[in-house]
Design a protein around this ligand. Structure first.
Ligand code: ADP
Ligand code: MG
Length: 246
């Protein structure tokens, strides 16, 4: 395994319209290892999204340094949003193709791959539908397919299941694990859900608020697939609960 992202002394200050400063992140030091499933866990408002946005180049205004392994380009990263962020005037297929199209890489071969991708996520019947007609679960499937379409080495997900009902969330978590294993991607995902963190993560970074700091990083040694009702799972859940401060 090799380090793919290195963050040193990352801080972020927001200013409101009156010029008042608010420190959202304070002195974060974090490395992400190739191929791992890393979780950022913490209560609402502790800076998880801000840190993920910095890590994924969506936010460039911050203090500290951030380095990527030399082979990692911006195009190797993809982002899945909590509220899906689909373009309503494009069909499912067009939404999923948008990254490749923007790069001028929408070839015949790629179009075939996109059809395969839609199929693997159970979206093939909806390829020519517009997002408006889809359920939340289906919309997030489109969000995930759009991210995967560019063949990312690193996938960032910001609370991807928190807007979904528990049944859809459960199925999509299982699908995400399958995709992560098949593609051997690196995943960095934000959640405020302890059970979800333990079901998915290899390492779980615990954040706390005011200002947002990164505390302990818990190594999740539970064997996969994770048995959510085992004593070991409950013990880890207790441990994480004691570490997360609201
Ligand atoms: P989380 O994802 O953990 O809920 P965020 O990263 O969204 O937290 O936000 C961290 C803190 O920074 C919150 O207090 C939030 O109100 C504040 N914040 C986030 N974005 C902005 C912004 N664009 N302008 C001002 N404050 C912001
Ligand atoms: Mg957030």
């Amino acid at each position: 395994m090799s380090t793919i992202i290195t963050q040193k002394n990352i801080s972020k200050i927001f200013k409101d319209f009156k010029g008042h400063k608010f420190q959202a992140l304070h002195d974060i030091n974090l490395t992400i290892e190739e191929g791992e499933f890393f979780i950022l866990l913490g209560p609402s408002g502790c800076g998880k999204s801000t840190l993920l946005r910095i890590m994924s180049h969506l936010e460039s205004d911050f203090k500290g340094t951030q380095e990527y392994r030399s082979d990692i380009r911006r195009e190797d990263m993809a982002f899945v949003f909590q509220q899906f962020a689909l373009l309503p005037w494009l069909t499912v297929e067009q939404n999923v193709s948008i990254g490749l199209e923007a790069r001028g890489e929408l070839t015949k071969e790629n179009k075939k791959e996109i059809a395969e991708l839609l199929k693997s996520l159970g979206l093939e019947k909806f390829a020519h539908e517009y997002p408006k007609g889809l359920s939340g679960g289906m919309k997030q499937r489109v969000g995930i397919a759009r991210a995967l379409a560019v063949n990312p080495k690193i996938m960032f997900l910001d609370e991807p299941f928190s807007a979904l009902d528990s049944f859809n969330a459960k199925t999509l978590r299982a699908d995400l694990i399958k995709i992560w294993k098949e593609r051997k991607m690196t995943v960095v995902m934000v959640t405020h859900n302890i059970e979800e963190a333990l079901e998915l993560g290899d390492r779980i970074g615990i954040m706390s608020s005011r200002p947002g700091t990164l505390g302990e990083i818990v190594v999740n040694t539970l064997p996969r697939p994770r048995e959510l009702r085992s004593k070991e799972f409950f013990d880890m859940e207790d441990k994480l609960t004691s570490l997360v401060k609201i």
